[in-house]
Design a protein around this ligand. Structure first.
Ligand code: S6P
Ligand code: ZN
Length: 185
């Protein structure tokens, strides 16, 4: 019998994942232009800047019964008065839940059920968020530093981006008088 060295590392302070089976991706503003309301404001920003990055420890692909573990880094910024945010998605297998937890920065987790009822939870260092089954989720950086959020979800959950692309969330988060405000979409 042997003792095996760990091959993947998670830095709890920065959220950083390194080592084996870690997959990294990034989305620029150009990749997500459609999610912002103020299309005119998009002409005034650098579309090639990164809106968010994701690191995922992916020991399994799509298999039922597995888990995935990731860190999302949402950059700070706005398009018009709308904050940088993730595309947002339902899980393709709708009944798959997910955990999020705040690691660094300030933001909101916008949630929407299948009846399009929306609510939001404040995300900050140490906050824990249970995303129930059948609930779409989007992270929004309302602060001035990078919003870093951990996640763990079933490996077969998948992403349904199409529904949000078509119908959006029923609520938008905008900065009004220097504060985040929820507005009906
Ligand atoms: C996956 C989990 C996160 C998001 C990430 C980016 O189920 O919820 O890893 O994928 O925060 O967001 P999005 O909406 O672009 O996938
Ligand atoms: Zn998810």
């Amino acid at each position: 019998m042997t003792i095996i060295e760990a091959s993947t590392f998670f830095n709890g302070t920065t959220g950083s994942l390194t080592g084996k089976e870690v997959v990294k991706s990034a989305r620029t503003l150009r990749d997500i232009t459609g999610i912002f309301e103020d299309q005119k404001a998009l002409e005034e920003v650098d579309l090639d800047q990164i809106a968010y990055e994701v690191e995922i420890h992916e020991p399994v692909k799509g298999a039922e019964g597995g888990l995935l573990f990731g860190t999302s880094y949402i950059h700070s910024g706005k398009v018009g008065n709308e904050y940088f945010m993730t595309k947002g998605h339902f899980h393709e297998i709708r009944n798959r839940a997910e955990y999020y937890w705040g690691i660094k920065g300030e933001g909101l987790l916008l949630l929407m059920d299948e009846d399009r009822k929306c609510w939001a939870e404040k995300v900050s260092e140490g906050s824990l968020h249970y995303i129930p089954r059948n609930v779409a989720h989007r992270l929004i950086n309302t602060g001035e530093e990078i919003l870093t959020v951990g996640a763990c979800w079933p490996s077969d959950a998948g992403h349904d981006y199409g529904t949000i692309q078509k119908e959006g969330f029923s609520v938008r988060v905008k900065e009004i008088d220097g504060r985040p405000v929820l507005q009906e979409n």
